[in-house]
Design a protein around this ligand. Sequence first.
Ligand code: SAH
Length: 355
Amino acid sequence: MSLLDHLIARIDIDGPLSLADYMAECLLNPKYGYYTTRSPIGAAGDFTTAPEISQMFGELLGLCLAQAWMDQGSPAPFTLAELGPGRGTLMADFLRATRAVPGFHKAMDLHLVEASPALRKAQAEALQGHSPEWHDSIEALPQQPLFVVANEFFDALPVRQFLRDGSGWREKRVGFSDGALSFGLGPIAQQTALAHRVEDTRDGDLIEICEAAAPITTALAERITAHGGAALIIDYGDWRSLGDTLQALRYHAPSDPLDAPGMADLTTHVDFEALCGAAQTAGCAFSRLTPQGVFLERLGITDRARALAAPLQGAALENLITAHRRLTHPEEMGNLFKVLGLFPATATPPPGLQS
Ligand code: SAH
């Protein structure tokens, strides 16, 4: 049995799947899912992320949140959490950089929200000397001040796609015909969740909704509002979703999302407006959506790169210069990736962000 066999059997019984159900099966099926069965990040995997490009990324996020913690009076104890920590690289760099911040590690309880057993193992290895507690869901995070980072986590959550048809919407679905998985469209229906999009869309436009994102943001925002803290959410996407952003990556190259289910990474762009709406309802303030390059420059990435470059030459120096460029340049990750900060309405935004 393979994931494809399982999907065919499920479609046979239930009919075509929503894209969200398809993505959830591909990414997180307990037996065949992409994240559940492998460690896909890095040169040998399918995609590379900012913390894998350079230690500077995790270091600067660490110092940013440590400063936010001090700005809020250094609460103790507090939760330091990461959502979807991948190979644990970001958190290892974060913790090394914050070692010298007085009282920070002593007051910290480290919590990781991670669905993948394979990646939990990699995280345990990367974070030797620390004792993280792992959780399947955000709700399990303790009720105390919460400082949390999520890099490329929200883009991995399943989305539904809807095509505008007159004043209604047709949901995109995954079916099985002529021996292969294929996309189709459901019947025209009204969608209350899309009522606010009737005005700014036209016939034929496609909208994505990530139903899992709001409850996750709400759980973070409720803790930050009630107890203090801050969230740094970094991902590709924009204020409002428009168009089909589903992307499959295999061996660092784009592939067909219906080809080889469970063996490619599937992502979509994040609709940050939906996250901000959920945060606001929970009484939490949010920052302006800030391009990653601008955010890292404000935090001093160029000074950090100069310091790291001082003893280097040859290929090592070239690598560092390339990494700095990849993280910050508008034509690389600098503009595509955005940073959103959540913080209590009574506090200042984390460094590098503005309200
Ligand atoms: N933040 C890391 C990894 C990004 S990949 C980095 O920047 O390198 C996405 C991560 O989120 C992986 O660790 C994956 O296993 C995890 N993940 C995806 N969906 C999840 C879910 N629903 N619940 C918990 N973790 C999830």
